[in-house]
Design a protein. Sequence first.
Length: 180
Amino acid sequence: MPLLVTKTLRVHTLGPSGTNCEAAAHHWLHQRGMSDGTVVLHPTLERAALDVLADPEPSALLACVVYPNLHEIVFKNLAQLTMRDCFVFPTHNMVYAGRAGATWRTVASHPAPVNLLDGRDVEIILVNSNAAAAAICSSGETDACITTLPAAQRHQLEIRADFGPVPMGFSLHAPQECDV
C-alpha cells in the first residue's frame, strides 16, 4: 500500500544534480502529489542521513538499494530512522562515456555500477555518484566514466556503450516522529 503524505516534505538524497537518486526522489514526491516537496542533494548518503536527522522540517532520506554501505546507514540510525517505503524505478540509461579524442585509461565510477567495466583494461577511480563521475571526467581528472546518459550529455562526453536503464530499488527512510 503506498504511503500517503499529507504535508510538505524535504527529501534528502545523493547529488550532484543528475543522479538516479535525484530522479527517484522527484518521482516519489510526484507519485504522492507532493508538488511543494523539495529534493535536497548531498555528496554522500551518509551526509544526507545526518542532515535528515538535523532538519527541523519534515524530511526523509531516499536511498538506492545498491548504494555501498546502505546497511551501515540503516543500522547506525535504527533508533532514529525507519524505512517507510521501498519501490522500483528505472535508472537513467547507464553509459560508458568519456572525453572525445582521449585514450580511455582512467575511468571514474561510483562503486555500485563499477562491474560495467569488467573486461576493460582500465584504472578505476571510485567516486561518490554517477553524476560526479561525469563531472570528474569532463574536468580532465579521468579519461572516461560510468555515468547516466543525462550527465554524459550535460558534460558533452562521447558515449561508447549504452547499457540502458536498470530497474532499481529505492528506499525511503524517515525519522520516527515524521508522519510520512
